[in-house]
Design a protein around this ligand. Structure first.
Ligand SMILES: Cc1cc2nc3c(=O)[nH]c(=O)nc-3n(C[C@H](O)[C@H](O)[C@H](O)COP(=O)(O)OP(=O)(O)OC[C@H]3O[C@@H](n4cnc5c(N)ncnc54)[C@H](O)[C@@H]3O)c2cc1C
Length: 525
């Protein structure tokens, strides 16, 4: 997956008509590119920044049916998500882990109540279930989570859901698309839509932000998969369109593992203000997060920031359940994400908690297809539905979806999720070969973390990393795991990348400065 090579393929035939152009390189767009290319449609995807720079690198990292949606009675969404959870675990076993969750019970009624709910959840997962839920005693709950607050604890419910690395899956999807002959390009914003004489969309205009060059790319179908940005593309089509998305913001903290000992995650279905709270082990740390809150549309951008009240809410709520109260100084990184909730016609007065998480697929009069809403977990089904619509709209030959059982790049069975670099799956051997050929690449980027120089080289050569941020934030997850230490790594990462990308010392300097500015926004002072 090399940018220069893929760009050349795009430029070689400037007049060529593609079957499908996808705008947006998050979970939704990348899923569509994989689906379309694997059906044999000639596919190109453009991402304005890096793959998964938007919401798709900022999720809670759960592949889940959504226990919460079950409580809200959204049965079809839960059924669909549970099925997709099982399929994703089968197709990307190097990234999706079976994670035990514990719902601690402090009131007498919670045990039986949640026990019944989780049994229904298990039943709905059917043969793709990850393990049966069960009621556990107070002693068993404390054994699983030794530092849970013991005061008035009665016991708990243990159940299973999936857990993954979101931006790594995005990169692997991009690689899978390329392996199926798609062209996927980052740093290529779509700046306009091309229309034919009948006012139908027939392609896009894109600008390469690295070279400044503009390209006009013709296509039978254009798909708008830009998450919270879908309305910007819709207004390129028709300046008077009503907004489709109601964004809501959710934030997460990353804490040291000492705050949540053991291997189990905590799930609190109802906090003091009725939201859900998660504390989940991830890459040797703990991710703590809660349900998102509504946001004004004017605030949409690629680097949302955590609000002071969100920070306070998580700190105080987490302290109610953990023996050791987390303080601001304990937060290794804080990140925020915007959920592209598909606003329903009658939903203007409903809170975002109540707006359905199911996806919404829409075809404009111009033939532009827009897909929004949904979840990471259901990206494959969203892609299937979208491509089914695309071949009809574009008059393409009908071809069946093949992604249900298709392995995703990196596929390898029996992953040991505690071994360094497990998330590369099948690529780990090739990274080790780089070190064998050039032992210096085996050196660590920082003594406290197991990331090596070879991973930087790999990310540039095979994962289209173009900036220090691409590497430290989305190829490895240092920005989220420990923002301060990631800043220490930046200069060495920039130097290795400059050698690979043939950049000058000025590039190194500006990359490091840009990265330090960005990373400071992930630190709570
Ligand atoms: C706080 C939070 C937690 C979540 N947790 C979970 C979870 O645990 N499990 C789960 O299943 N789901 C979760 N979700 C939902 C999930 O993360 C999203 O549904 C999903 O990531 C949305 O993907 P997307 O591709 O639609 O949007 P995005 O990831 O935002 O991708 C859209 C892309 O389009 C690009 N773009 C925009 N304009 C242009 C343009 N003009 N040209 C080219 N590209 C453009 C953007 O740069 C962006 O990369 C969570 C969401 C939030 C907010």
């Amino acid at each position: 997956m090399q940018r220069d090579f893929l760009l050349k393929r795009l430029e070689q035939k400037p007049d060529k008509q593609w079957d499908i152009v996808v705008i947006g390189g998050g979970a939704t767009g990348l899923g569509i590119a994989v689906d379309a290319a694997s059906r044999g449609y000639k596919t190109v995807l453009f991402e304005q920044s890096d793959f998964a720079k938007g919401t798709s690198s900022r999720s809670t990292k759960l592949v889940h049916g959504g226990v919460r949606y079950l409580a809200q009675g959204d049965i079809s969404l839960v059924l669909e998500a549970l099925r997709e959870r099982g399929l994703l675990r089968q197709n990307a076993p190097h990234l999706v882990k079976n994670q035990a969750f514990i719902i601690p019970n402090y009131d007498w009624w919670e045990g039986p109540f949640y026990n019944v709910g989780m049994k229904v959840y298990d039943m709905m997962a059917g043969r793709l279930g990850l393990g049966p839920s069960e009621k556990i005693s107070r002693e068993e709950t404390l054994k699983a989570i030794p530092n849970l607050d013991e005061h008035q604890l009665n016991g708990g419910i243990i159940y299973y859901d999936g857990q993954f690395d979101d931006s790594r899956l995005a990169v692997n999807l991009a690689q899978t698309a390329v392996e199926n002959e798609a062209i996927v390009l980052n740093y290529m914003p779509v700046t306009g839509l091309l229309k034919d004489r009948g006012n139908l969309v027939c392609g896009v205009e894109v600008t390469d932000t690295e070279s400044g060059e503009t390209h006009r790319v013709h296509s039978r179908v254009v798909i708008n998969a830009t998450g919270v940005f879908v309305d910007t593309i819709l207004s390129m089509d028709d300046a008077g369109t009503e907004p489709l998305v109601r964004p809501s913001q959710g934030i997460h903290f990353v804490l040291d593992k000492s705050f949540l000992q053991g291997e189990s995650a905590i799930m609190i279905p109802k906090t003091s203000d009725g939201r859900v709270l998660f504390a989940v082990p991830w890459h040797g740390k703990v991710v703590v997060g809660t349900t998102d809150t509504p946001l004004e549309i004017a605030d949409i951008h690629l680097e949302p920031r955590a609000l002071e009240e969100e920070i306070e809410f998580i700190l105080t709520t987490a302290a109610q359940y953990l023996k050791k109260d987390p303080q601001k100084k304990d937060v290794l990184s804080v990140f925020a994400g915007l959920r592209p909730l598909a606003a329903q016609q009658d939903s203007s007065s409903r809170s975002t908690k109540e707006i359905s998480r199911s996806h919404r697929l829409m075809v404009s009069l111009s033939g532009l297809i827009t897909i929004t809403g949904g979840k990471w977990t259901t990206y494959r089904k969203m892609a299937e539905d979208t491509v089914n619509k695309a071949w009809m709209v574009g008059g393409l030959p009908e071809r069946k979806c093949v992604t249900e059982t298709m392995p995703i790049h990196g596929y390898v069975k029996n992953t040991r999720f505690d071994s360094p670099g497990y998330f590369y799956g099948a690529d780990r051997t090739a990274i080790n070969s780089l070190i064998q050929a050039e032992p210096d690449l085996g050196q660590l980027l920082h003594p406290d973390y197991e990331y090596t120089r070879a991973q930087v080289v790999w990310a540039v050569r095979h994962e289209m990393a173009r900036t220090v941020e691409d590497f430290l934030s989305r190829r490895i997850r240092m920005l989220l795991l420990d923002a301060r230490i990631s800043m220490v790594m930046a200069t060495e990462v920039a130097t290795i990348m400059a050698r690979e990308l043939k950049r000058d010392p000025g590039w190194i300097q500006s990359q490091v400065t840009d990265y330090q500015t960005l990373a400071k926004g992930y630190i709570l002072s």
